[in-house]
Design a protein around this ligand. Structure first.
Ligand SMILES: C[S@@+](CC[C@H](N)C(=O)[O-])C[C@H]1O[C@@H](n2cnc3c(N)ncnc32)[C@H](O)[C@@H]1O
Length: 375
């Protein structure tokens, strides 16, 4: 258990004013997982694998968490990235602050920032191993050479294409990379731009390679490796969709994608995480769009809108709606709002207040992983 507010405050203070890819709940989760890794039975180094460094926040939060359990943590993090950030991102004012201070956004610059962070927080900088690496070219034996006992914790946040997702699945199910029981965190689980994350997550469960053991508050389920082996190519590759956006590329037959998401919704409902289930249902809108079935996508939006609980923010639904409009008009406007009588109920002052109170309450409560019966 970890006090959410304290964790987030500490992480945010350490990171400020640098760009973070981690939200508040992610910070709490990574601190908790880092501490749990440090406290795991046994001796010798414990390695976490961080797919997608960005500016290093997930890697650092894990080490910061480990540092809560020991002044000389045995937890090490291997963090990998190609460090080729897009131009639009590098133009953002807060990223410019970073690049000016650390001399760029490449591996060496992020290394300098991590060293600075570690020295400010009294943590051993050598416990974070940073590599400039294209994950597509990564081999299980390269990872085994770094941690012969594997990586009991894997954070996944670079599965930005179906091709990358296939590669990541291949690696995490390789017995040279993870021990049985390893935890897999999908940082991109609900992200619209990487829908194959939830799909691959579900396929690993379906085919008996993994199971859900925990649910993280506001972040959804975590996966645990149950069996190693060659699952094959989970996602189809090379497809093209109705618009030129990666998320619109079909990566599975429509019926299969919808069925897989339905199964996942059912599983997640069983864990008691209604918010995660609603978010996954919104991903089904994307599946219809990838299959060129705009009318069905709109019908699903209308259905979800009518049933959306007032105690949950409807931003996943709004996001889905914007993507429907994008596909229909070929014009991307992420400020559009689906305004309906149902939304009016959700935006009524009492409903807003209820959500705000729930959010405050969840931040005051200690942050803990909720165990679920193995699914
Ligand atoms: C969302 S960011 C990761 C956020 C990070 N985990 C954090 O907590 O701030 C995704 C990262 O994946 C990286 N990436 C994309 N394709 C990659 C590839 N083929 N190999 C390695 N990294 C890649 C990007 O450069 C980007 O930095």
């Amino acid at each position: 258990m970890l006090h959410h507010l304290i964790a987030v405050k500490e992480c945010t203070k350490a990171f400020a004013p640098m760009p973070s890819g981690l939200g508040h709940y992610d910070q709490a989760l990574y601190l908790l997982l880092g501490r749990q890794l440090e406290e795991a039975p046994g001796s010798g180094p414990m390695w976490a694998l961080d797919f997608g460094t960005f500016f290093g926040h997930s890697a650092f939060a894990l080490l910061l968490g480990a540092g809560k359990a020991s002044q000389t943590p045995r937890t090490h993090v291997l963090t990998l990235d190609i460090f080729q950030q897009p131009e639009w991102l590098l133009r953002q004012p807060h990223i410019k602050v970073f690049t000016e201070k650390f001399g760029g956004s490449d591996g060496p610059a992020v290394r300098r920032w991590l060293d600075d962070l570690c020295s400010r927080c009294g943590l051993p900088k050598d416990n974070i191993k940073l590599r400039t690496q294209d994950v597509m070219q990564l081999r299980a034996e390269d990872l085994q050479a770094i941690s012969p006992n594997g990586f009991p914790l894997v954070s996944i946040d670079c599965g930005k294409t179906p091709e990358l997702m296939n590669k990541i699945v291949e690696l995490v199910l390789d017995n040279r990379v993870t021990p049985l029981g390893a935890t897999l965190v999908f940082q991109d689980f609900f992200d619209w731009h990487a829908p194959w994350n939830a799909y691959a997550f579900s396929k690993m469960i379906d085919r008996g390679y993994a199971g859900i053991r925990h649910v993280a508050p506001h972040l959804g389920p975590l996966l645990e490796v149950k069996r190693h082996g060659d699952i094959g190519l989970v996602c189809q590759t090379g497809g093209s969709g109705p618009i030129q956006e990666d998320w619109c590329r079909p990566f599975a037959a429509l019926e299969d994608e919808l069925h897989t998401l339905d199964q996942l919704v059912t599983l997640v409902e069983k864990t008691g995480d209604a918010g995660a289930a609603r978010q996954l249902e919104c991903l089904k809108v994307g599946a219809w769009l990838r299959g060129n079935r705009t009318a069905e996508a709109e019908a699903l939006i209308a259905k979800l809108d009518a049933q959306w609980p007032t105690y949950l923010s409807d931003s996943p639904l709004q996001n889905a709606y914007r993507r429907v409009v994008h596909v229909k008009t070929n014009h991307k406007d992420l400020t559009l709002v689906l305004n309906t009588p149902h939304r009016a109920n959700r935006t009524a002052p009492a409903a807003r207040l209820g959500r705000r109170l729930r959010q405050r309450a969840s931040m005051i409560r200690p942050f803990a992983l909720k165990p679920v019966n193995a699914i």
